[in-house]
Design a protein around this ligand. Structure first.
Ligand code: A2H
Length: 255
């Protein structure tokens, strides 16, 4: 475990329509009409306007965990334990798993992504590099500002058949969210091109791109959309986070 705890924003992405295999796996296991959320952990809540999909590790194991009578989260068991101890579930300290799900079963599920400019919903897609040991094992995708996310959606669109997805699920429009002096307003696509990153397997260059994007975005970035349009990322970030908390669309999660 890390010495310095990392405080994430855990975002609630409501399931609108299950992929067939996931629907089968959860059938009869939760009350009719209960809400289910995929819950990614992010360090960049101010970028959530730019969500175009949500990633799960196709080979990872997830559970459907009970929050209260009417609400369930899809996350790793490890994250569920942490949340139980952090008082996020109505029954503090213990977890209740309603169903088991493999990442690949969830792929294709349609979800609502809070703040996303894609109001029609976004899809759950596979990402091979999702770590089971970090966050919730669910990663929301912001390809405008995350080089990892941009490299993955590019790869998915290129080889949609191989990944068993519809090409258009990986090709939602990438809107500019943050203006930066050095890399323009689509920081991640700019850096992926500049560092000649060809696939998500170029881990060394991606590490560098991630570092550059984070520093530039955080210290020099100006938000281009939403209620804090025109403000510096540094000052807008806690405001977007607070707004998501107040709307009941996110909560603090640490590990
Ligand atoms: B971030 P740290 Cl726009 N496996 O959110 C792999 N990556 C994971 C993960 C997991 N299990 N859980 C979370 N993450 C990602 C947004 C974002 C992120 C942007 C830019 C950079 C960025 C949209 N994706 O992260 O190791 C999540 O992606 C760059 C560091 O705890 C989360 O924030 O520092 C970040 O990694 C947490 O990484």
């Amino acid at each position: 475990e890390a010495v310095n705890p990392q405080e994430y924003t855990a975002l609630k992405l409501k399931v609108l329509e299950w992929a067939p295999k996931a629907a089968e796996a959860i059938k009869g296991k939760i009350p009719d009409g209960a809400n289910v959320f995929l819950v990614p952990a992010t360090l960049r809540p101010e970028t959530m306007y730019g969500q175009t999909c949500c990633f799960v590790g196709p080979k990872l194991n997830y559970g459907l965990f009970k929050v209260d009578d009417n609400n369930y989260f899809v996350i790793t068991e490890r994250a569920a334990r942490n949340m139980a101890y952090q008082g996020i579930f109505s029954k503090e300290g213990s977890i209740e798993k309603a169903a088991d799900l493999v990442g690949s079963d969830i792929v294709g599920t349609l979800i609502n992504a809070p703040l996303s400019l894609h109001k029609e919903g976004v899809r759950v897609l596979p990402m091979e590099t999702v770590l089971p040991t970090k966050g919730t094992g669910v990663v929301t995708s912001v390809p405008s500002d995350s080089p990892d996310d941009f490299a993955t959606v590019t790869e998915l669109a290129k080889k949609a058949d191989y990944y068993g997805i519809k090409k258009e699920w990986a090709e939602l429009e990438i809107f500019p969210i943050i203006e930066t002096p050095s890399y323009g307003d689509l920081c991640a696509p700019f850096l992926v091109k500049k560092l000649k990153i060809a696939s998500p397997k170029d881990t060394k260059q991606l590490e560098e791109a991630k570092e550059l994007a984070y520093k530039e975005g955080f210290y020099q970035g100006i938000i281009k959309v939403g209620d804090f349009k025109g403000e510096k990322v540094e000052t807008a970030k806690p405001k977007v986070r607070a707004q998501l908390f107040e709307a009941g669309e996110a909560f603090a999660y640490s590990e």
